[in-house]
Design a binder for this molecule. Structure first.
Ligand code: COA
Length: 174
């Protein structure tokens, strides 16, 4: 399995996560957002021609005061740069084989590179409530955003993992 950026030639029509909104986004909007509007990048987990899963990311800013107390300490009081994981989904035929975890690890590695190259204080995910425990296993915690949420992010449970915590894991070196 390989994880790489979506290509315009990738056939997205066969992808089914079981979540209609995520599938519609992947089929109709992921390509134009990335190739025409440069709004974010979708990374795909592929095996041969088959797309097993995808993760869509874009840089964001969040208000420090909305973060959990422990993550807020000593940070300046202006909006801070983070990497947003807007959508993550795995095809129904590829579930429970570690694809979701590998995509999430890939996103944390991207955030760690971003921290070195342009600045990134952590990762924010728009989690589905049913996936809360999936993210908690990585250390993500829920928080209440004060701004920056929109109807374009339909997954309603914002969760946060700080770069300090990401870097504390030997998997994500600076
Ligand atoms: C959540 C999702 C991405 C997980 O992908 P996956 O490839 O099936 O997950 P993995 O095989 O990598 O799972 C790894 C671990 O997470 C656990 N896990 C998977 N889905 C979970 C969920 N919804 N809640 C809690 N734990 C979950 C697995 O049991 C496994 O734990 P283990 O290693 O202790 O056995 C996938 O179920 C999915 O696409 N769901 C629908 C869309 C969605 O909810 N997306 C996320 C929020 S936008």
């Amino acid at each position: 399995m390989e994880i790489r950026a979506l290509r315009s030639s990738d056939d997205r029509s066969a992808f089914h996560s079981g979540d209609e909104a995520l599938d519609r986004f992947f089929r109709q909007f992921a390509g134009q957002n990335q190739f025409r509007h440069y709004l974010g990048v979708t990374y795909v987990a592929v095996e041969g021609q088959q797309i097993l899963g995808f993760a869509t990311v874009a840089p964001r800013h969040i208000d420090v005061d909305s973060l959990p107390e422990s993550a807020r300490r000593k940070l300046p009081r202006y909006p801070i740069p983070v990497l947003g994981l807007g959508r993550l989904a795995v095809d129904l035929t590829a579930r429970s084989k570690g694809v979701g975890v590998q995509l999430l690890r890939f996103v944390l590695t991207l955030a760690s590179k971003m921290a070195s190259e342009t600045g990134c204080a952590g990762v924010v995910v728009d989690a589905k409530p049913a996936a809360r425990r999936f993210y908690e296993k990585f250390g993500f915690r829920t928080f209440e955003p004060l701004e920056g949420q929109s109807e374009a992010h339909p997954c309603p449970l914002p969760m946060y993992l700080s770069m300090r915590e990401i870097r504390a894991s030997t998997e994500f070196p600076p």
